[in-house]
Every structure is written in C-alpha cells, then in structure tokens.
Design a protein around this ligand. Structure first.
Ligand code: UGA
Length: 442
C-alpha cells in the first residue's frame, strides 16, 4: 500500500521505516529541512538501536523516501499517518495546533477514500475535530479518520513497532478498519493481537496506558518512602509483589521517578481532560506529585550526606531520562542538576550518549567523557540513569577518586554489598544505606 507519514519525530521515523520494511511504499514528510536532508543521506537524526540498519534497507529498497512537500506524502496515499508532536501549552493543556494544521494540509492533497490515522497521542474527541476540519476544508472528499495509538518505547522502538504487544485501531467505519488490517496484516499474521474499538476509546486507551505506567512507578516510589521509614527493602517488596502475575514486575522500580517526553505529559493531560470533563482524577494527580517527590527525596539524601551544597562538587552518572537513549526531555537527572546548581554546587555529569543534549538543556552543567573523571574530586556521586556500563565500574577506583566517599544510587542500580566492600557510603532509594557512615557500618 502507498502510505504517507507526516512528522518525522521518534514515532514517525520508526513507523515509516517499519512500514517500508513490511513491504509498503512509504513517503515521510517533515517541514524541518535539516532533518529531511539528513535522512535523504541515510542518517537518523536521533539514536535508536536497530534504526540505522532498518533505514539503510528501507531506503535501499526504494520503498522509503523523505520529503518536505506534503503533496508528495499525501497524494495517492491509501493511509496517511499523523505523527506530529503534541507539546503542552504554557497552561499545561495539550496543544493540538500542529494536528489541526496537518489535517488541513491533508485535506488539500488527499485522494478520495484516504484513511487518516492519528498516531500522535491525543485527547478523546480529536478525531471528531479532525473529521470536521477536513470536511470544512474540502467538502465532498471521501475519507475516514482512525486512531492508531503507538506504544513504542524509546530505546526499543524498532522492536516495539515490528513486534508489538498489541495493535489498537479505533474507527467509526468499516473503511478505516479494512485499511488498517491491510497495513498491519503481516504483523497480525505473526500473532500480534489486533484490538478494534471506536475512535474515542482508542484515543483514551493510549493516555490511560501511559498514565497507568506512571501510577505504577509512583506507587513503587511511595512504597520507597514507607520502606525507608520502616527499615524495609523496597526492591524486595516490589519483587514479591511482581511475582503475582496480576500485578507484574515491570514498572515497579523505585528511584528518581519517570521522565521522558511521554509519561509526564500524558499523565498531566489525562488529569486536565478529566478536570474538564468534571471528574477530579485525584489518584493520577497524586501520582504526578509523588513523581516530583521522588527527585526531592534523592536530592535530600545528597544534601543530608554532604551538608551545605555551596562550593561542593556533585557528580551525576547518567543524564538521559532512561538508558539506551540520548533523550534528556524531563529527565530527573536534569531536575537534580538544576537544583544543585541553584544551591551553589558545581555539577559534573557523565552519560554514554546524552551529555551534549544535557549540556544544551542546562548550560551550567560540566560534562565529561569518562565516569571516573566525573567523580574525581566530587563530594558525592549520584547514579541517575540505569546504564548497563555503570554496573561494570570499578567501585574501588570510584571511592579513591571521590573527595567524600558517598554514592547515592538514584536507581537502585548498583550492588549494595560491592559498594560497601569498596568502602563507599552507599545510599539507595527505599532500602537500607550501607557503608562506613551509616548506622549499619558504624
Ligand atoms: C513510554 C511508554 O512506555 C510507551 O509504551 C509509549 O509508547 C511511550 O511512552 C509514548 O507514549 O510514546 P518511553 O517514554 O520511551 O515510553 O519511556 P518508558 O520506558 O516508559 O520509561 C519512562 C520513565 O519511567 C523513564 O524515566 C524510566 O526511567 C522510568 N521508570 C520506568 C521508572 O522510574 N521505574 C520503572 O520501574 C520503569
């Protein structure tokens, strides 16, 4: 099938490359000339494991091309995916200006019978607005609007797209369902469940999924507070809980909380949509508050351990919002960095991939290429991102390089016994501290 993809961000690019891999003819469009040029030369504008290979094959096969002209992407396409960003307005509401603009653009160039698929995460009711916009823009055009929310995770986006847990299609007419069955037929044939709903249900299901993941993480972080107060171990508590298949072990890791482009924004959006609809989603409001508290709790451990921050040097290991990505949007590490800088500390950070992005977001941050250099002379080191490389660090060398031997593990990522044996004062989240300056070690 001929497919157009509008918006070449994380979701748009991975979707376009994956659909070409499945055998469709895909034209992806973005207004950003630099991005399109880079992609025309076969290079991805961001890091995503497996994406470069997928792009090389798809472009080489002639089934994937990039353009700045919406006509190229939309004209003749059987399905057009809307993958533009949905930033928040200053008031925190979801901004759907880009989605509306794309709807108008599609209306101008589309052929009869086109199916327009929302992949951008949007509030329920957006498809209805799009439908009206397109009908006003181009009276008489035959078209359908469907919701096809995306569940891919950064760092696993290629895998998540080619072998997803589920595909969700919300449509209010049969043409929409039929087109989407054709688009994803080969994935469904391999056993992926295809869940078909009405449009509004599909729109809400994406926000609900991300908001639930956020709530699960915040539950673990609230447990971490009570585990600290009762001298229990939150890692073991969540392990016990997760062994129950009704609960599941995923997304129960306590620590600095959730960041990234999606979970914080989508949780916030659902709170606001609920408010507008006359329902106070207090549970979700609380989950977002607990997420802020998670950063504050780790900051308090640092402040407690080093005393005054003014004039101190704090090292951060990891600034990406999670491992295997160079994305620092809403990264908890940056919230910590800003707070320590404001308190007068020098903050030096290492990250295997995201150091430049972090520096651009927080210019006061010093960044270095080597984790041992980051900790050199620091009064405290904080593990902020669960990079696998940090588990290989020589903790004895870390202790020797530090000015004070204090390690705060904001992700419960390192082995407490190894840290203690290396002579570090090890301060995890929601579990007992270890080492010389703790009750246990003194
Ligand atoms: C999230 C969802 O997981 C995807 O299903 C969804 O498609 C995507 O948003 C989206 O809406 O586009 P992503 O933003 O890539 O994916 O990040 P996650 O893997 O969900 O991680 C979010 C944050 O939660 C990270 O900061 C991570 O460190 C944190 N986290 C995760 C925890 O603090 N504890 C956990 O147990 C798990």
């Amino acid at each position: 099938m001929r497919i157009g993809v509008i918006g070449i961000g994380h979701v748009g690019l991975v979707t376009a490359a994956a659909l070409a891999d499945l055998g469709h003819e895909v034209v992806a469009m973005d207004l950003d000339a630099g991005k399109v040029e880079l992609l025309q030369g076969g290079k991805s504008p961001f890091h995503e494991p497996g994406l470069d290979e997928l792009l090389t094959t798809a472009i080489g096969s002639g089934r994937l091309s990039f353009t700045r002209d919406p006509h190229d992407a939309v004209h003749d396409a059987g399905v057009v995916f809307i993958c533009v960003g949905r930033p928040a307005t200053q008031a925190g509401d979801p901004s759907l200006t880009a989605v509306e603009a794309v709807g108008r653009e599609i209306a101008q160039h589309a052929s009869a019978g086109v199916v327009i698929a929302e992949k951008s995460t949007v509030p329920p009711g957006t498809a209805d607005r799009l439908r009206l916009t397109i009908a006003r823009e181009r009276p008489g055009l035959e078209f359908s609007v469907v919701a096809n929310p995306e569940f891919l995770r950064e760092g696993r986006a290629v895998r998540d797209t080619l072998a997803p847990d589920r595909i969700v299609v919300g449509s209010d007419d049969s043409r929409g369902f039929e087109a989407m069955r054709e688009v994803f037929g080969s994935i469904v044939a391999r056993g992926t469940p295809l869940l078909e709903t009405d449009v509004r249900t599909a729109e809400l299901s994406k926000l609900a999924s991300n908001a639930f993941l956020a709530t699960k993480i915040s539950f673990a972080n609230a447990l971490a507070r009570i585990a600290e107060a009762t001298r229990a171990d939150v890692v073991r508590v969540t392990e016990v809980m997760g062994a129950d298949p009704r609960i599941g072990e995923a997304f129960l890791s306590a620590g600095l909380g959730y960041g990234g482009y999606c979970l914080p924004k989508d949780a916030e959006t659902l709170v606001r949509i609920s408010e507008r609809a006359g329902y106070d989603f207090a549970l979700l409001r609380e989950a977002t508050r607990v997420n802020e508290e998670a950063v504050a709790a780790v900051a308090a451990k640092v402040e407690e351990a080093v005393w005054n921050l003014e004039g101190k040097r704090i090292a951060l290991l990891g600034v990406a919002f999670k491992a295997d990505t160079d994305d620092v949007r809403s990264a908890p590490a940056l919230a910590l960095a800003r707070r320590f800088v404001a308190e007068g500390a020098t903050v030096v950070a290492h990250d295997p991939m995201a150091a430049a992005e972090a520096k651009a977001a927080v210019p006061e941050l010093e960044t270095v290429d080597d984790p041992y250099e980051a900790v050199s002379g620091a009064h405290c080191v904080v593990v902020c991102t669960e990079w696998s490389a940090y588990r290989e660090l020589d903790l004895g060398r870390i202790r020797d390089a530090l000015a004070y031997p204090i390690l705060v593990d904001g992700r419960n990522w390192l082995d407490p016994t190894q840290a203690e044996e290396a002579g570090l004062t090890y301060l995890p989240v929601g579990r007992l501290p270890r080492g010389p300056e703790t009750e246990r070690g003194s």
